[in-house]
Design a protein around this ligand. Structure first.
Ligand SMILES: Cc1ncc(COP(=O)(O)O)c(C=O)c1O
Length: 379
């Protein structure tokens, strides 16, 4: 963040929505209606930790659309962003020294949460289908983990989506050994190509907690998300949340609820998907045009990121080269921060949702210039 504070540096490092994608008019209309209604005082008052029942009911319908079917609203806890859901799961399940299995590579901030509870993240190898099931089973037997954490749709950082068969095998393997899964799904609704795959939750029989949020589909600033799972686990999370922030913002709950019940999602999602699809295409075309031939990347079908890198034999170290990229006026996130064991110094993550199309092209051109000179320098 420090190195990229210079406004002349194009940041491909962030993970934020494009600011043109915020539904400002709809949020203004909803908040004005709430404050003009008999609900104003209740909205500005303290409330229950679980979240409004009406919001939980709306969320229940929202996730039923993608196959996450729940018995009742007791299976749903409203949280302050998916990040809080992940934290509450760790708070409920982890003691010092406990092992959590994660995909290698995985979401950086989850690794930070695990470290905060003095637990130990252990990476499971992955392949183009999802997790390497042999490695998953071997590591479950060896480490007896409390949790498995996965981002099966358009993962951060890789942009990869697990196949249905892989999800089925993850569900069977974790059920066999009684491992609880955290399925983190902030990006599932942002598919630009290909077919949706049913959530991992739908393959599981009660050992999975599905965590998602409205950050990438409405706004991260409203800090609203939800956890869905067995009632006993949701109750534990509720107790953890009581001591953490009492409850999530009422105004934000009503914004998300009304977004669902007023039927605003289909049009809004179509709009933001068209923006992100176009930006992704600009980045992909620029990568093909400007990056060295040795650079390989995944063509993500959704989400906000492109993940790529060099063969280890190429001798390119994305950590060492980062200051040089900043000199070339472009920033990325180097790969090692996403690995439980700190490997991945040959990899990097690029974001295409936030920069303008013009800056995406300029940023990748600058990056290509830097890597081409670095590749030549190493040779
Ligand atoms: C994989 C993943 N999980 C969870 C989050 C947390 O998002 P939020 O707390 O805004 O819902 C993010 C945010 O970037 C993410 O990339």
């Amino acid at each position: 963040m420090k190195l990229t504070a210079d406004p002349s540096v194009i940041s491909l490092a962030g993970g934020m929505p494009g600011s043109e994608c915020f539904p400002v008019d709809q949020i203004r209309a909803i908040t004005e209606d709430i404050l003009a209604s008999g609900r104003a005082a209740r909205t500005l008052q303290y409330g229950v930790t679980t979240g409004y029942n009406s919001t939980r009911e709306a969320v229940r319908g929202y996730i039923k659309d993608i196959g996450v079917d729940t018995e009742s609203i007791e299976n749903i806890l409203i949280v302050s962003g998916g990040q809080q859901g992940l934290d509450l799961m760790c708070k409920a399940f982890l003691n010092k020294g406990d092992v959590v299995l994660v995909e290698d590579p995985t979401y950086l901030a989850f690794l930070q949460i695990v470290a905060g509870y003095e637990a130990v993240p252990v990476g499971v190898r992955s392949n183009p289908d999802g997790l390497d099931i042999g490695d998953l089973e071997a590591k479950i037997k060896r480490y007896k983990p409390k949790l498995l954490y996965v981002v099966p749709n358009f993962s951060n950082p890789t942009g990869k989506t697990y196949t249905a068969q892989n999800r089925q095998k993850i569900a069977e393997t974790t059920a066999k050994y009684g491992v609880v899964i955290i399925e983190d799904d902030p990006y599932g609704r942002l598919r630009y190509e290909g077919e949706d795959v049913a959530p991992l939750y739908t393959f599981c029989g009660g050992n999975c907690v599905y965590v998602s949020s409205f950050s990438k589909v409405i706004s991260p600033g409203i800090r609203l998300g939800f956890c869905t799972g067995p009632k006993e686990i949701i109750r534990k999370l509720e107790i953890g949340k009581q001591g953490s922030d009492v409850h999530s913002s009422h105004m934000s709950q009503l914004i998300a609820e009304q977004f669902i019940t007023r039927g605003l999602f289909p049009t809004h999602l179509n709009y933001i998907k068209s923006v992100y699809r176009a930006k992704k295409d600009v980045m992909v075309a620029a990568l093909d045009k400007y990056m060295p031939a040795k650079f390989k990347y995944e063509k993500a079908q959704g989400g906000l990121f492109i993940w790529g890198g060099f063969d280890e034999a190429a001798g390119i170290d994305t950590v060492e080269l980062f200051p040089r990229a900043v000199e070339h006026k472009v920033a990325y996130v180097y790969g090692n921060v996403f690995y439980a064991d700190g490997s991945g110094r040959n990899m990097l993550r690029l974001n295409f949702s936030q920069p303008t199309c013009e800056n995406l092209e300029k940023g990748v051109k600058a990056l290509g210039g830097m890597f081409n000179s670095a590749a030549a320098y190493k040779a």
